[in-house]
Write a new protein. Structure first.
Length: 369
C-alpha cells in the first residue's frame, strides 16, 4: 500500500469516528498524530479532518515544499499561527462541532481556540469537544508497513548487540558510558535514524536500578550487565533488554535469571487476541511472586511501541482493555535486588491471531562473556 493511500485510509477511519460522535471536524494537534495521518514530519503542523470534504494540513512557510511532497493528498494552509488559522478555516467551512485533542492542547491553547472561534463567526461560536485519544487508539493497531518498519528497527538493535559482543566490547575495565555510546554509534552505522531512547547500560549493583542512566561505573568480572536499548527506523522504535554476566555467573545470578526468563516466557505466551492486559501482566508477574520476589518486580509488564517508545496499550496491573491483532507490545519483567544486581529480559512482539510474532531475535539464554 502506498504512502498516500495508507494515510488516506487512516484519515477515513478518524472521519468515521468523528461522524459517529456527531462532529463536523477534528483538529489534530499532536505532531506524531499529524505524521500518522498525513506522512508530514515537520516540527510545526496541525490537521483538520472534516467529516464531509477535503482535509487541511496547516504549517508555516518553512515547510511548504516538504508538506507538498509528504502529504500531497490534503489541502495546504500556510500560516505562522497554524492552529488558530485551521480553527478559523473550520468555521469558514461551516463546522458547528469541532473535536480537539484535549490531552495535547494546553489550558492557554484551549482559551485561545475559544477566542478564535468566537471571533470567527457572527453566529454562536462552534462547540469544542474532546475526542480524547482517538488517533492513539487507531495507532495501537499497526498495519503491514508499520510492522515492517518495526522489524527493521529490531533487526538493527539485534545486529548492533551481536557485533559488540563478538568484538569483545562488553568486557571488564570499560565504563557503562563507553559501552552505551558504542552501542548507540553501532545502531546508527547499521541504519537507525536515531536511538529509540537514552540507552540503559547498568553494571553490577546498578543493574538493580530499573532505569539506571549510564555513568562512569567500571564493568567488573562477575557483574550482571543489563542493556536496554532500541533503534528508530522510519520513525518506528524498537525496544529490547538483555542481561548478561561478565566472567563467570554465581548461583544466585543463574537462579534470578532463570526466574525472570520463566516469567518473560509466561508473559509472551499470554499475548493473545482478546486477552485482558491486566491478565497478561498477572500471568508473568505471578511467576515472580510465587518465587517470593513479587516486591522486587516494581513496574508494569510492558507497553505498546511504535511512533513513540511508550504508547497504547499499557500492560500492567492497572491496565484496562484487551489486546487486538496488530498491536506491537513489549514484555519486560524484571527482578531487582537492591545493592546486588538485577535482571530484565525484554522483547518487542506483534499480537497475531496465532502465536505472537517475536521481533527482537537476540537469544535469551544466559550469556556469560
Amino acid at each position: 500500500m502506498g504512502t498516500v493511500s495508507r494515510t488516506a485510509a487512516r484519515r477515513e477511519a478518524l472521519r468515521t469516528t468523528a461522524a459517529e460522535r456527531g462532529l463536523d471536524a477534528v483538529l489534530v494537534t499532536n505532531l506524531l498524530n499529524v505524521r500518522y495521518l498525513t506522512g508530514f514530519t515537520g516540527s510545526n503542523g496541525a490537521l483538520l479532518v472534516r467529516t464531509d470534504g477535503v482535509d487541511i494540513l496547516g504549517t508555516d512557510g518553512r515547510y511548504t515544499t516538504q508538506a507538498g511532497i509528504q502529504a500531497p493528498d490534503v489541502e495546504l494552509l500556510i500560516d505562522r499561527g497554524t492552529v488558530p488559522a485551521l480553527a478559523r478555516e473550520a468555521v469558514r467551512r461551516g463546522a458547528g462541532r469541532i473535536g480537539f485533542e484535549s490531552h495535547d492542547v494546553t489550558v492557554d491553547g484551549l482559551a485561545q481556540l475559544e477566542r478564535v472561534l468566537a471571533d470567527a463567526t457572527s453566529r454562536s461560536a462552534p462547540e469544542l469537544t474532546s475526542v480524547r485519544q482517538a488517533v492513539e487508539a487507531q495507532r495501537a493497531i499497526k498495519d503491514d508497513d508499520e510492522i515492517e518498519a518495526l522489524r527493521r528497527a529490531c533487526a538493527v538493535a539485534d545486529q548492533a548487540l551481536a557485533e559488540l559482543a563478538a568484538e569483545g566490547a562488553l568486557r571488564p575495565g570499560r565504563t557503562e558510558l563507553e559501552v552505551g555510546r558504542e552501542l548507540d554509534a553501532r545502531m546508527l552505522t547499521l541504519g537507525a535514524e536515531a536511538v529509540s531512547f537514552e540507552t540503559i547500560v547498568a553494571a553490577g549493583a546498578n543493574s538493580a536500578i530499573p532505569h539506571h542512566r549510564p555513568d562512569a561505573t567500571v564493568l567488573r568480572d562477575g557483574d550482571f550487565l543489563k542493556l536496554d536499548f532500541g533503534a528508530t527506523v522510519d520513525g518506528y522504535h524498537s525496544d529490547m533488554t538483555r542481561t548478561l554476566v561478565l566472567g563467570h555467573a554465581a548461583d544466585w545470578q543463574r537462579e534470578i535469571y532463570a526466574l525472570v526468563a520463566a516469567s518473560q516466557a509466561a508473559g509472551r505466551a499470554a499475548l493473545a487476541v482478546g486477552a485482558d492486559v491486566a491478565a497478561v501482566d498477572s500471568a508473568s508477574r505471578s511467576v515472580i511472586a510465587d518465587a517470593g520476589h513479587g516486591d522486587h518486580f516494581s513496574h508494569g509488564l510492558g507497553h505498546g511501541v511504535g511512533l513513540e517508545i511508550h504508547e497504547a496499550p499499557g500492560i500492567g496491573p492497572l491496565g484496562t482493555g484487551s489486546l487486538a491483532a496488530g498491536m506491537a507490545v513489549t514484555v519486560e519483567p524484571g527482578v531487582y535486588l537492591p545493592g546486588r544486581g538485577g535482571v530484565r529480559i525484554e522483547d518487542t512482539l506483534i499480537v497475531t491471531a496465532d502465536a505472537p510474532e517475536l521481533l527482537t531475535l537476540t537469544s535469551k539464554e544466559l550469556l556469560v562473556l
